[in-house]
Design a protein around this ligand. Structure first.
Ligand code: GAP
Length: 514
């Protein structure tokens, strides 16, 4: 099945099974804003817990905060967001559609990469075992021609971004003959900068009101609390502050479902280090964060690092962790070495000293910062995309299954009486009473057992407990495993232990604790 179709299926699956709904749907929706449904919110909460625990339990020098969304407007002047938090936009005069100029070029580069990969794939099939990929890439005329074109465009593009040269960025689009996917024309406007922050007014009119911004990142709430946390927590460098919270961006091109939203949630951690030690910590956090993703078991090959072509105004090194979504490798997390930019700027704009006295060095300095910044919604999408499978069973039937990491699954187990009589429903409810304080359970007695298994597969429930006549005789039930569909008969007395061992978040945390 084409990846585009898989993606469409995933989006409708999320809606049909109560994971994600378009916001304000009965009013025809609101662009790039989504609501999480009854199962979505559970998965989302589990992702947040996994991240929070991995930061604050596994690192004794990382603590959390929860800062307000509204902040003093000067913070955004100091951070550079008022002046520089822009995306380059371009309009097509025929379709009247607006695009991010950088995304148009990135998509074009990805197409050239795809073209090369297809040539390689074709040749690999043709030559079989004798195929030497390195040699083929280095010698095949068609591959070389595309590669040269790709590298030249990429070099011009990276330079245009770094120089903030909007005319050159437009010229790259023109020279690459990039067409509007809707009108099919190359009738482009100039490229302009567009600030992504939402603003609103605070205060009543009689007092006068103040323009404030909805935070476009949670990080600044951490920076302006650096001294509070360091002093009250007697924190010694190196240490980190973690936060989970909503962020808002008026994205120009909002598409790809929950990948690019106007209201989304971030999980950010700022790690404060001695100046000069930032690259060592940058590399350590790269390793730690990749391990966090891989521990979920989705498929190691679906992750890769992608270094930034253009460093943000505050960074001296930056990389993304990308996940292979159905629409290609895309950024899920950013890891940035932010230098002392933010703390120095807040010192300058607030007039307060924002420094750290290092007792070991007997000197004060402005700490450097390594940031790990990940979008909850993008992790959610990576998990759903990586778990979604359509399978044909031995009996010819098909099933849709979400092979979610068990510790993150919204419902941990379903308890199903085989029939609605002979005391089986009552027994099933007894089992739920035994387990519901520790695990999210679901009771279901409607339809055939096969249909009930399918419903649980579709929401990713890892275990189905079936209560049958034998249960009434010897206090045993069957436990069915989502991924293998195999069943095992176990005693009810052992159920708690069996489930607990399998669904514990500790299993994920242990994989990354090194
Ligand atoms: N504090 C640094 C920062 O905000 P970023 O790369 O702009 O860096 C970090 O954003 C992460 O936030 C991204 O890797 C992504 O997961 C998430 N994110 C950013 N914009 C988003 C959007 N419009 N919708 C959903 N997630 C978004």
């Amino acid at each position: 099945m084409a990846q585009e179709d898989v993606f469409k299926k995933i989006v409708s699956h999320c809606k049909e099974y109560g994971f994600v709904f378009p916001s304000s749907e009965i009013y025809d929706g609101l662009g790039a804003v989504y609501d999480y449904g009854q199962y979505g919110v559970e998965l989302k909460n589990n992702i947040k817990k996994y991240w929070w625990d991995s930061m604050t339990l596994l690192h004794e020098n990382v603590v959390g905060i929860d800062s307000a969304i509204f902040m003093h407007p000067t913070i955004w002047k100091a951070s550079g967001h008022v002046d520089a938090f822009n995306d380059p936009l371009i309009d097509n005069k025929d379709s009247k559609k607006r695009y991010r100029a950088d995304v148009l070029v990135e998509d074009y580069l990805a197409k050239l990469d795809e073209k090369i990969d297809k040539e390689v794939e074709k040749a690999a099939k043709r030559f079989g075992d004798a195929f030497d990929e390195t040699q083929f890439r280095a010698t095949n005329a068609r591959v070389l021609e595309t590669q040269v074109k790709r590298d030249a465009t990429h070099a011009r593009f990276a330079k245009a971004l770094n120089d903030s040269n909007l005319e050159e960025l437009r010229q790259v689009i023109i020279d690459s003959e990039i067409v509007d996917p809707i009108s099919g024309t190359r009738n482009w406007t100039d490229v302009r900068q567009f600030n992504l922050m939402f603003s609103t007014e605070m205060g009543s009119t009689s007092e006068g009101s103040m323009k404030i911004y909805l935070r476009p990142e949670t990080a600044q709430g951490i920076f302006v609390n650096f001294l509070n946390v360091q002093k009250t927590g007697r924190m010694k460098i190196p240490f980190g502050i973690a936060q989970i919270g909503k962020a808002f961006r008026n994205e120009i091109v909002a598409r790809q479902f929950i990948f690019r939203m106007r209201e989304f949630e971030q999980m950010e951690m700022q790690f404060f280090v001695r100046p000069g030690e930032e690259m060592e910590w940058f590399n350590k956090w790269k390793t730690t964060r990749l391990a966090w993703h891989k521990a979920m078991g989705l498929d190691d090959a679906k992750y890769r690092f992608h270094d930034h072509d253009k460093l943000a105004h505050y960074a001296n090194a930056a990389t993304d962790i990308e996940f292979e979504m159905p629409f290609g490798f895309k950024e899920v997390e950013g890891i940035h070495s932010r230098t002392d930019f933010d703390l120095s700027q807040h010192e300058k704009f607030s007039g307060k000293k924002v420094q750290y006295f290092d007792p070991e060095l007997n000197q004060s300095y402005t700490p450097y910062v390594i940031e790990t910044s990940i979008g909850v919604d993008r992790v959610f999408l990576s998990i759903i995309s990586g778990s979604y499978a359509e399978e044909t069973l031995d009996n010819g039937e098909t099933r849709v299954v979400l092979r979610l990491p068990v510790a993150l699954a919204p419902i941990k187990l379903a308890v199903l009486p085989l029939v609605k009589k002979d005391g089986l429903p009552e027994k099933a409810k007894e089992i739920i009473d035994l387990l519901r304080f520790d695990f999210r359970c679901q009771y279901d007695e409607k339809d055939t057992i096969g249909k009930r298994y399918r419903r649980q597969d579709a929401i990713g429930t890892p275990y189905c407990i079936t209560v049958d006549n034998e249960t009434m005789q010897n206090n045993s039930v069957t436990i069915r495993f989502r991924d293998t569909m195999l069943q095992e008969r176990v005693s009810i007395d052992n159920l708690h232990e069996i489930i607990s061992e399998k669904v514990n978040m500790k299993n994920l945390l242990k994989k990354i604790d090194n």
